[in-house]
Design a protein around this ligand. Sequence first.
Ligand SMILES: Cc1ncc(COP(=O)(O)O)c(C=O)c1O
Length: 475
Amino acid sequence: MVRGEKIYRYEKVAADLARLIDQGTFRPGDRVPSLRGISRRMQVSISTALEAYRLLEDRQLIEARPQSGYYVRRLSNYGLKEPKPIRPEKSPTTVSVDELVQMVIRDSRNRNLVPLGAAVPNPDNLPVDKLNRLLAAVARRKGVQSISYEMANGCEALRVQIARRLLAAGCSAHPQELVITSGCQEAVALSLMAVCRPGDTVAIESPTYFNHLQTLEVLHLKALEIPSHPASGISFAALETALKKHRIGACLLIPNFSNPLGSLMPDEQKQALAELIVRHDLPLIEDDIYGDLGFAPERPPVVKAFDKKGLVILCSSFSKTLAPGYRIGWIHPGRFQAEIERLKTACTIATATAPQLAVAEFLNNGGYDHHLRKIRRIYMGQIWSMTQAVSKFFPPGTRVTRPAGGFVLWVELPEYVDSLKLYELALQAGITIAPGPIFSIRRGYRNYIRLNAAFWSEKIEKALALLGHLAENLK
Ligand SMILES: Cc1ncc(COP(=O)(O)O)c(C=O)c1O
């Protein structure tokens, strides 16, 4: 459910109960109130209570036991602790991850391998036919326009749709204040170019998405890794301290469902962060690519929603929700708009026109919210299934995150597991994974891996069993 959209009563009932389960009021194996009980307590009809319980069943939070009632599922990940945040380096460091990242990306593109490496969505869950039909129809209808250069800031119809959707993230933007980019990666790169000069230091979460590290590297920027918590993201206190101690040119963060942690920065912290950057006159590049993929009914706000000075540069794309290959992303650049448009022209002139028109059409009347509800439910279920498999097959001592959204899991293996060795062994067995060292500038996280939970099947489960076995054999 996104902000501004109607919340049905059953969704509210489900969200209230889910919160009680999450807080531990009801634990795995506990019986939850009967339908009659919940209808009385929450003053809703039995059919509303039933719909709420069906939703919780879909989300794998409760299960019905014949003639007995509804119970909190025995989530065996409750036995797996969350990974410990590590202490990253204390001083800014020149970034050098290029080679490793290239290797992992190259292997992830190999369709013959089991895809546990790259954080790509499962095409079976994307509206492939509908999008391609729209692309053909729009190209026919628009004729020459669809093969012509767009303005540097992109197609207006698409900017209008994005501006409307931004309301759900707590932001109001005029379509003229948005710039369309070729994916979120270009959005982040243009933002870094707009606010930093070679040699500047950028504060980042640790661990963080490896392509961001690669972008820092090619732009000759230094990085300062700030410890991040698996549930709430970057340590605010550590960031504050770092800002006092170092000259930092910008922050680059993924506050909503970070990659790889799946962490979600609490709203109060987002507000505090927006205030902190004003005190330091510090641009914040906010990557919200997973923002639409939360598991709670409400879409979380972006930090940009609290930005009064135009210091937050909000970046996102439709790569995780619609079509990674269309390469449609966007920026809400705040006070850096003129510079970002200049850089966009200098780097790529404009983003390809036809996919922009097709995405605009889809957002306008293709049922995007319905699609999001469907995939959020699927990814939540698959995160749970994958967590179960990790707890069953991986060596004792393994820890795993409990992401609040998105579709990746960050797994801490026992100390004896070298994830680069595991990467090689997995590759020989036809499986790709993302090894921990590519998520940090000093190639830390040696015994960590990231798993993509966007795909689920018996084959994936078997691959996880094999992976667990390979890890155990590294002892
Ligand atoms: C956090 C994050 N930002 C950016 C990107 C790249 O997005 P795009 O494919 O839209 O360029 C990804 C892709 O995995 C990502 O996980």
